[in-house]
Ligand binder design. Structure first.
Ligand code: AMP
Length: 218
């Protein structure tokens, strides 16, 4: 299956994309992770992306689109993939359609994980990430077993630099302006599925799996 997980920052789309990817044996592709990795390695891409990401703005389409395209055509994506955080603009969505068309395939479903603004702000302030394996925790609802340390890697957890309150505000504005129009775009393609993202992680996962079974039947 070729899937997109769409939603505001903090909607849990990354967590869910990982869980669904593990369950279905599909690679989860996060453009945010790819960009953060490039910043950590101080590559040309990282240097280009850093100032946008620090400000909570989108990295330009002409940087992100080729990056996503290169990843999607890799061998492990032949049987499908889950895109997390891409596309984020109409231009990216149209670019993605063209890439898939050239490969003779198409998207199966877009999971729109909807969460209220107030919940987003609260969740992001309590989110911690493992810099090594990228596992995400929430200090209230999904804390690590040992305080401040990743369960898997035993590495100290971090607050993502763009999860600071002032940057979160900027990311929400960008989301509304650039990314929310994709809901209508994919609705018009008949592949949008709405998920209530405010429940407990396991429950949200179950509704996504339910929607996916239905999408498969259609
Ligand atoms: P994320 O990890 O998906 O929340 O992304 C973190 C940041 O990376 C975003 O705030 C953007 O600055 C940048 N980014 C990630 N994916 C994209 C994309 N598809 N288009 C533009 N910028 C992106």
């Amino acid at each position: 299956m070729r899937l997109i997980f769409l939603g505001p920052p903090g909607s849990g789309k990354g967590t869910q994309a990982r869980m669904v990817g593990d369950r279905l044996g599909l690679p989860q592709i996060s453009t945010g992770d790819i960009l953060r990795e490039a910043i950590a390695r101080d590559t040309d891409l990282g240097k280009k992306a850093k100032s946008y990401m620090d400000a909570g703005e989108l990295v330009p389409d002409d940087v992100v689109l080729p990056l996503a395209e290169r990843r999607i055509v890799e061998k492990d994506c032949k049987k499908g993939f889950i895109l997390d955080g891409f596309p984020r603009t109409l231009a990216q969505a149209i670019g993605l359609e063209e890439v898939l068309q050239r490969q003779g395939c198409a998207l199966d479903a877009v999971m729109f994980i909807d969460v209220d603004d107030a919940v987003v702000v609260e969740r992001l302030s309590r989110r911690r990430v493992c810099p090594k394996c990228k596992a995400m925790y929430n200090l209230d609802t999904d804390p690590p077993k040992r305080e401040g340390v990743c369960d898997r890697c035993q590495v100290a957890l971090e607050l993502r630099s763009d999860d600071k309150p002032e940057t979160v505000k900027a990311r929400m504005i960008v989301y509304r302006k650039n990314t929310l129009p994709l809901v209508e775009f994919y609705e018009s393609r008949g592949i949008l599925r709405r998920i209530d993202g405010e429940g407990e992680i396991g429950r949200v996962f179950d509704s996504i799996m339910g929607e996916l079974s239905e999408a498969r039947r259609n």
